[in-house]
Design a protein around this ligand. Structure first.
Ligand SMILES: Cc1ncc(COP(=O)(O)O)c(C=O)c1O
Length: 442
């Protein structure tokens, strides 16, 4: 009998053991908010509710197996198909598949000619890669504070930070929210500098402004998506550069492939020679990298792209479940869901109200993890990370809104197939941890 189907005699046979384990645990902490779970080595292990979980169906498995059987594992026709699907969805002329979102950002900055002595305006409230790519090319990240509602950069501060050395604005759709992208686009156009859109968290979102709707990824001169397993769609590891700029796309295609001349991929049945026979395989036009996306990843991406609308709908449903369940919790600020069409939900991040300290937030998260509920402190501020702080002399207080938000955020488990019961268990555990903090202060 499959592991999941075993039932414990005498208990409701309709409820799998792992769910009963979680329920029992929930009841235990419900009865005793200061209860600490048994951490003895032989204590029963219950399934956790993870922070994220990829949504892989038979369709994805079929596509990957098809590639394995094809004999062509790198830089082939499936990558081309994946690139076409993403470009068509975003509405750009080109899409260039790469090995990670970080690699895509790195190539984009190089292709735009950004280098030492240049400044790039960006947000301190993001995943580290959106700043690291600026450091890779020797440029200086110029941080500006965020707007406390969308958590994206405050457009007025972006405008104020522009100097003659500013070579680009690198904007992030934080947690998948396109708010202010049109404003950054206007500022960039006025100053004749490129907008680089780090869209790693936003595939499928669609911003709204006076001039109409625009897909996330299509605001910038270049946009970059990431496909790590916690993203809306995954390729295991992977990224995609999107642009309407032919020259920029060609440069990225060349640089992802060791600086080789750009040609349409060879559609033969076999991989191009690694050390090879073909003359063009061993001629290089510029300094390049191995940032290629392999065919297995691309196959996963093709199957996920075909399911993108279903995936986005499932994620919206989980958001609605959380919102219904947590709406009356006055100690939390919930994510803004005013414009349901705009967001592409990457994560579900709640914020504790102002009276909570970082230490209290961290204790709440530790308590949730002890009860097998995944959670994370998205995001610690980038300007206070040691390598950035040391290089540019930043200190606490430099970006007060970003820092204040960052101290109080908790990313809750968020994935496509979360049920009402999963959401309820997360919410119940969070409420109990909040109650425990309340008791501590008495
Ligand atoms: C905003 C942002 N930028 C860049 C990246 C980097 O993407 P990857 O992990 O694919 O390199 C991520 C991924 O988590 C991200 O969230």
């Amino acid at each position: 009998m499959p592991e999941d189907d075993r039932r414990r005699p005498g208990l409701n046979p309709a409820v799998p053991i792992r769910r009963l384990g979680m329920l029992r645990r929930a009841i235990a902490i419900h009865l005793d908010p200061l209860h600490t779970p048994n951490t003895e080595p032989d204590a029963p292990m219950f399934d956790e509710i993870p922070l994220s979980s990829p949504d892989i169906t038979e369709a994805e498995i079929h596509e990957v197996v098809r590639v394995l059987r094809s004999g062509r594992l790198s830089i082939g026709p499936v990558l081309e198909e994946f690139e076409r699907l993403v470009a068509d969805r975003v509405g750009t002329t080109h899409a260039v598949g790469v090995s990670t979102g970080t690699a895509g950002l790195h190539l984009s900055l190089l292709a735009l000619g950004i280098g030492p002595g240049d400044e790039v305006i960006t947000t301190p409230f993001s995943f580290i890669a959106s700043t690291n790519c600026i450091l890779y090319v020797g440029a200086r990240p110029v941080f500006v504070d965020i707007d406390p509602t969308s958590l994206n950069m405050d457009p007025a501060q972006v405008e104020a930070a522009i100097t003659p050395r500013t070579k680009a604005i690198l904007a992030v759709e934080v947690f998948g929210d396109p708010t202010h992208m049109e404003a950054y686009r206007t500022i960039a156009a006025r100053h004749e500098i490129p907008l680089i859109e780090d869209s790693c968290e936003g595939l499928g979102g669609r911003g709204c402004s006076k001039s109409g709707r625009r897909n996330i990824g299509a605001y910038g001169r270049v946009g970059v998506f990431g496909f790590y397993p916690n993203k809306q769609i995954t390729t295991g590891e992977g990224g995609m550069i999107v642009t309407d700029d032919d020259r920029l796309a060609d440069l990225c295609r060349s640089m992802r492939n060791q600086g080789r001349a750009v040609s349409r991929v060879d559609l033969s049945r076999h991989d191009p020679p690694p050390g090879g026979s073909g003359a063009s395989w061993l001629s290089f036009e510029r300094l390049g990298f191995n940032y290629r996306m392999n065919e297995l990843s691309a196959a996963l991406g093709v199957a996920q792209m075909r399911r993108l609308d279903e995936i986005l709908r499932k994620r919206r449903e989980v958001v609605e479940r959380y919102t219904r369940r947590l709406l009356s919790e006055h100690r939390l600020v919930l994510p803004n869901i005013d414009d349901a069409e705009s967001m592409s939900w990457f994560v579900y991040v709640v914020r504790l109200t102002n009276e909570f300290s970082r230490e209290e937030r961290d204790r709440i998260m530790a308590g949730m993890r002890r009860h097998d509920i995944g959670c994370a402190d998205y995001f610690p501020c980038i300007h206070l990370q040691p390598h950035v702080r040391n290089a540019f002399g930043h200190k606490p207080g430099d970006f007060p809104i970003a820092e204040s938000v960052s101290r109080r955020t908790i990313a809750l488990p968020f994935h496509n197939n979360m049920t009402d019961r999963d959401v309820d268990l997360v919410a119940q555990t969070l409420e109990l941890m909040l109650a425990r903090e309340g008791l501590r202060g008495m």
